[in-house]
Design a protein around this ligand. Sequence first.
Ligand code: AMP
Length: 283
Amino acid sequence: MIVCKTKEELKTRISLWKKEGKTIGFAPTMGYLHSGHISLIEQSKAKADKTIVSLFVNPTQFNDPEDYLKYPLDMEGDLKKCKEAGVDLVFIPTKEVVYPDGTPDLIMKQPALQKNLCGRTRPNHFEGVMLVVSKLFHLLNPDFAFFGLKDYQQFRIIEEMVHILDFPIQVIGVPTLRERDGLAMSSRNVRLTEKERENASLIPRMFTLAGKLLVGGEKNPKVFHEILADFLLSSPEVKIDYIESVDPHTLQEKLTLDGELVLAIAVFLGKTRLIDNQRFSKI
Ligand code: AMP
């Protein structure tokens, strides 16, 4: 496995592969890898000749400086996991390598897709995501890019950015990998106390309840979200950032619960913010 720390090393290796006619799959991550990340790698290996993973905690996408400083790191463990998973190249730049001139004076925004969900409660987050992902896309020139559907709004925003800017890249959404109790795997889960982790299982149980309500004919989003919020708030440890039902393509709020919808939530357990979503089809 090749480990690159600079853009130059990376470009040299990639142009060699391109000359050999190899296709490249890319999974951008912020490290502290878990099985969810590994599933992106596995999909890439199934589709592309070469698989690249980036490990970079991107400062421009954190609206909360404390969240950035506390983001878990395990470079040694991550490199081991990448090697075991058969990754061909890992890119581990510092923030000085990615942003040599400091934070760039460039703002990318997709107002409609960013209007709801995390776009509303995490100002500047997706601007930072689009900036770093487009930089990485230019540097790596991948044929395929893999994003987890756990971060559904991120997936849609990147998919749309690639479409608007004509990046010659196929964006592939990878289903969410979950713990035994259904909690979505996340690098942030490690920050939960034992009690918070126990209470976190309310999240997957809330999605089960949501499915039952929809099957039972619930059409009113306000009533639906209130029942789900009450369920989550049965634990005093849970604080709700948002519970929303949106159209899977436009991410606009559903005014009535019919057709396809994505139910997405963000909650705080103590200081840790977790997000999750589930897609439902309702006839
Ligand atoms: P992160 O390191 O949290 O920025 O995540 C890197 C990529 O892994 C993103 O595309 C995430 O959506 C994806 N990812 C994170 N958690 C999971 C999961 N539980 N299952 C599948 N993909 C995931």
